[in-house]
Design a protein around this ligand. Structure first.
Ligand code: PEP
Length: 246
């Protein structure tokens, strides 16, 4: 039985005052039968850690350097994230791939740094609309998984299927579309000789309180990576409650 996991990705939003209020609200979700992680922007990790420590809600980062340490101006290492209280790191988010040119190779290096530091990676994969419409969605997702899965055996790696056309667009994959791809991803994990039954696969892409329950009812959807709806405490709490009830 895989415990549901709900991860809030705040992206580049927030300030000290707004974060304080949001963290207060998120803490109200703890104690339910669901694992909860929030990923604030880097400058606010310490603020979040201070509020979340012993709350039951875990702290994650949105990105990490592909290098261990040294002369990499502006970068943040996995060891630093651990030092700041993070236990989770999002790797290969589609915004990083599309806007910052992260290749599958860079994503694999980052994933390696995360597992090396003893943190849990959330590896994001997902196709664009053009790739889906040309029938290449599974091929794209399989190639994004290939490099990353090499490091999975030794870690509590979580996978997140996030169709690019559903992120921040209000257009969610239907439960049938999402379940179909999650089933395929689990099969890819099995084909690599890994334990497909225990790996958690999150769905991400315009998840909100209205669509969460039907997504969580799918047998291969083990939770959600939530962007926009994680910025409003009540909505995020409702998504967590739907996960706990599923
Ligand atoms: C995300 O950024 O990972 C995401 C799924 O965003 P949204 O929920 O806003 O689509």
């Amino acid at each position: 039985m895989r415990k549901k996991l709900v991860v809030g990705n705040w992206k580049m939003n927030g300030d000290l005052a707004r974060n304080a209020a949001l963290l207060e609200g998120v803490c109200a979700a703890s104690g339910q039968d669901v694992e909860i992680v929030v990923c604030p922007p880097f400058p606010y990790l310490a603020q979040a850690h201070e509020r979340l420590v012993q709350s039951g809600v875990l702290l994650g980062a949105q990105n990490v350097a592909a290098f261990a340490d040294g002369a990499f101006t502006g970068e943040t290492s996995a060891a630093m994230l651990k030092d700041l209280g993070c236990s989770w790191v999002i790797v290969g988010h589609s915004e990083r791939r599309a806007l910052f040119g992260e290749s599958n190779e860079v994503v694999a290096s980052k994933l390696h740094r995360v597992t090396e530091a003893g943190l849990c990676p959330i590896l994001c994969v997902g196709e664009t609309l053009e790739q889906r419409e040309s029938g290449r969605a599974e091929e794209v997702v399989a190639s994004q998984l290939a490099g990353g899965l090499a490091d999975m055996g030794s870690s509590r790696c979580v996978l997140a299927y996030e169709p690019v056309w559903a992120i921040g667009t209000g257009r969610t994959a239907t439960p049938v579309q999402a379940q179909g791809m999650h089933e395929f991803i689990r099969e890819c994990v099995r084909r690599r000789g890994l334990d497909g039954e225990s790996v958690r696969i999150l769905y991400g892409g315009s998840v909100n309180p209205a669509n969460a329950a039907e997504l969580f009812a799918c047998p291969d959807i083990d939770g959600a990576l939530v962007g926009g709806a994680s910025l409003e405490a009540n909505g995020f709490l409702a998504i967590c409650a739907a996960a706990a009830a599923s």
